[in-house]
Design a protein around this ligand. Structure first.
Ligand SMILES: Cc1cc2nc3c(=O)[nH]c(=O)nc-3n(C[C@H](O)[C@H](O)[C@H](O)COP(=O)(O)OP(=O)(O)OC[C@H]3O[C@@H](n4cnc5c(N)ncnc54)[C@H](O)[C@@H]3O)c2cc1C
Length: 429
């Protein structure tokens, strides 16, 4: 009979932070497992293209295999049932992985906010549309409007153009003055400046409206269109096949929260070695605050090395980390969300898609608890991952601590965690 599988270091999340952490730990002699719910490693920025790993991930995945890291792809961590144990689900089955040290690199997800017509077919998240195209959806010759706020809009608009879409408009709600505040920090970072200029060049011919407001989506027999107003308050209506909306990202804090890690604002609190308030549990990347790929790679290396008992990189990489975080903070404040960016949604708009809860039903609630108990807000399969951040932004409600399972799983998966005999062969992750 198999026993629960044990590793020196388990890393959750195979994005840039998790890949860097696994390699750093394995290179220091630790027996490492890297778990990700995706079938191909790479996380968000290095998401596989039609099942093939992206160029950013390929060399790192090869290095992981040479370093002897066990890659558990298609495996979802849904529970932390005891000290040093994770509950993992794969294809309807569950098993336990045990660790001496844990690195959390669970990344971030998009925020979706309700607005007039946001449930119209063809209205999607900006990262969601990018993921669909990487998964095989064709946008060739389709008209895509990108709207909302955040640096992801520009990156995805550029990607969609390369994928053959026609992107006539980018409706950015952040005013020009906010973006000008980025000029000085950019001038001190030549690589970023070059990247920004090349992104801008890739969008030549695209009309970029700054300081705009998203008013809503209208659908008729003639097609779908976005209503928006420019910085001077003039209203426009622009036709689209796909509307890619971005309203920022939130870190996936559920597992850290379940483990009892203390939070620092909207991020996991860590010390300089990136250890959390729970001994032996480290965190890296977007969990420490939305910071992008540079922060993720540096912090992954620090967290992985620290988890393997080497505090060297925490000191050696400290100034690079501070610099990368300073840039992330500049971006964060330039793109900070303001309610005025979006026309206020009516009571008729759906807030919780899983349970069909309308905004009007919960608007007068005192918080998540009342909205959940009385109206089933956040009680569906996504467990409030979509409507939760939206309700926080709309009503200022404080997020509730998550409960296991943090991902929807079958009962059999849960039972499997309790039964060590169900562990898969340790040689076949
Ligand atoms: C939808 C989306 C698209 C993005 N696109 C871009 C882009 O084009 N360009 C750009 O510069 N930045 C992009 N970003 C920002 C991106 O988050 C960072 O650039 C960078 O990828 C962060 O690295 P990370 O390793 O911290 O997290 P991620 O890359 O997000 O990796 C986290 C990984 O953890 C896994 N995971 C999370 N929870 C669990 C669990 N419970 N069990 C198992 N696995 C789990 C996820 O499957 C994911 O693979 C995007 C972000 C999002 C949310």
């Amino acid at each position: 009979m198999n026993e629960a599988i044990r590793y020196d270091v388990v890393v959750v999340g195979a994005g840039p932070a998790g890949l860097a952490a696994s390699l750093a730990a394995a290179n220091r002699g630790a027996k490492v497992a890297l778990i990700d719910e995706g079938q191909v490693p790479g996380g968000q920025i290095w998401r596989a293209h039609r099942g093939r790993p992206s160029s950013g991930a390929i060399s790192r995945v090869r290095a992981l295999s040479e370093a002897g890291v066990n890659l558990w792809s298609g495996c979802t961590v849904f529970d932390a049932p005891g000290s040093g144990t994770l509950g993992v689900a794969r294809e309807g089955q569950g098993f336990a992985l045990t660790y001496s040290r844990l690195v959390l690199a669970c990344g971030a997800r998009e925020v979706f906010l309700p607005f007039l017509g946001w449930r119209t077919p063809g209205v999607v998240g900006v990262g969601g549309l990018q993921a669909l195209v990487k998964g095989g959806l064709s946008v060739e010759n389709k008209t895509v409007i990108v709207c909302g706020s955040g640096p992801l809009l520009v990156a995805v608009a550029s990607y969609l153009r390369r994928a053959g879409a026609s992107v006539p408009m980018l409706v950015e709600c952040v005013p020009a003055a906010n973006l000008r505040s980025l000029a000085i920090p950019l001038l001190t970072r030549p690589t970023l400046l070059r990247q920004a200029m090349s992104l801008r060049w890739s969008l030549r011919g695209v009309r970029i409206a700054l300081g705009a407001q998203v008013l809503g989506v209208e659908g008729s027999q003639e097609g779908k269109s976005l209503r928006w107003s420019d910085a001077r308050g003039r209203e426009f209506q622009t036709h689209f096949d796909w509307l890619a909306c971005g309203f920022g990202l939130v870190p996936n804090l559920e597992l850290a929260s379940l483990l009892g890690c203390e939070m620092s604002g909207q991020a996991v609190g860590v010390d300089e070695s990136l250890e959390t308030s729970v001994r032996g549990v480290f965190a890296a990347g977007e969990l420490l605050g939305i910071g992008g790929v540079e922060c993720a790679l540096i912090e992954g290396e620090i967290a992985g090395a620290s988890a393997a008992g080497d505090s060297g990189p925490a000191t050696q990489l400290l100034s690079r980390r501070k610099r990368a975080r300073a840039w992330a903070e500049s971006l964060g404040s330039a793109y900070a969300w303001r309610p005025s960016y979006l026309s206020p949604p009516s009571d008729e708009e759906t807030l919780c898609v899983c349970e069909g809860v309308r905004l009007g039903a919960v608007r007068t609630c005192l918080g998540f608890r009342e909205a959940r108990v009385c109206h089933r807000l956040g009680m569906g399969p996504c467990q409030g991952k979509t409507c939760g951040p939206a309700a926080t932004r709309l009503f200022g409600w404080e997020a509730e601590p998550p409960k296991a399972p943090i991902r929807p799983v079958q009962v059999g998966s849960w039972l499997g965690v309790l039964d060590p005999g169900s562990a898969p062969d340790r040689n076949e992750p």
